[in-house]
Design a protein. Structure first.
Length: 222
């Protein structure tokens, strides 16, 4: 497994043990992960243990209606779709049609494509259209894993779309350690620092930041 597809900050031997005793990655997901690892941008893929965690969380919640901001080749989407009941649905947002084509192929192979609608457009446009269409407070869960500079805008819109008790999960909040590196001053890192501080002080939510993957913040809307 590549460095970009594992939970960071864990010794390799300990991480391999963790996977050996807990990971139950279906073959279709393993094949998608391996196919994605050969493509440019494969570092954007979430780790399999993170995918399995989100899958379990959705089952615990009994979630039916999901938003995904940043789909890439559909690995995280497929983990989530596997957790949904027959009447569950994911609205997935991305701007890359080529990666989206790969995602659709694997969703079809898994026979879960009927549960997923992929919107190839800027995610803010899709979210704004959902809000204007009267979908406020109708979603159970959102997973944000796209352009870091727009994370706060994604979050604010997703919060409007979440029902009370709904959960938003935000990926890459530790940013491979760059979040605490004073030498890292690029716009993406700065945006993540601002986001993390704002979330800490946002009394509309309950939250917990986990070291899973590259850092995962879970937020529950009050």
């Amino acid at each position: 497994m590549t460095q970009t597809q594992k939970t960071s900050g864990v010794a390799p031997e300990l991480y391999e043990y963790l996977l050996s005793v807990s990971l139950r990655e279906p073959d279709i997901l393993r094949k998608l992960r391996e196919a994605t690892s050969k493509r440019p941008g494969s570092q954007m893929l979430i780790s399999p243990d993170q995918g399995q965690f989100i899958n379990l969380l959705l089952q615990i919640m009994g979630a039916k209606k999901i938003l995904e901001i940043g789909t890439f080749t559909g690995y995280s989407t497929l983990w989530m779709a596997l957790a949904l009941p027959d009447d569950g649905h994911i609205t997935a947002c991305d701007i890359d049609a080529d990666s989206g084509a790969i995602a659709k192929d694997f969703w079809s192979q898994a026979r879960l494509d009927h549960k997923i609608t992929l919107k190839i457009a800027p995610a803010l446009n899709t979210l704004d259209a959902l809000i204007k269409g009267g979908n406020q407070e109708r979603f159970d869960f959102a997973f944000i894993d796209a352009d870091k500079r727009s994370y706060y805008e994604y979050y604010e819109r997703c919060l409007k779309l979440m029902r009370s008790g709904g959960v938003v999960a935000i990926d890459n909040v530790l940013w491979n350690g760059r979040i605490i590196d004073p030498q890292s001053k690029d716009k993406r890192t700065q945006a993540l620092r601002i986001l993390n501080t704002k979330l800490r002080n946002d009394h509309r939510i309950e939250l917990s930041m986990l070291t899973l993957g590259d850092g995962l913040t879970l937020l529950r809307k009050k």
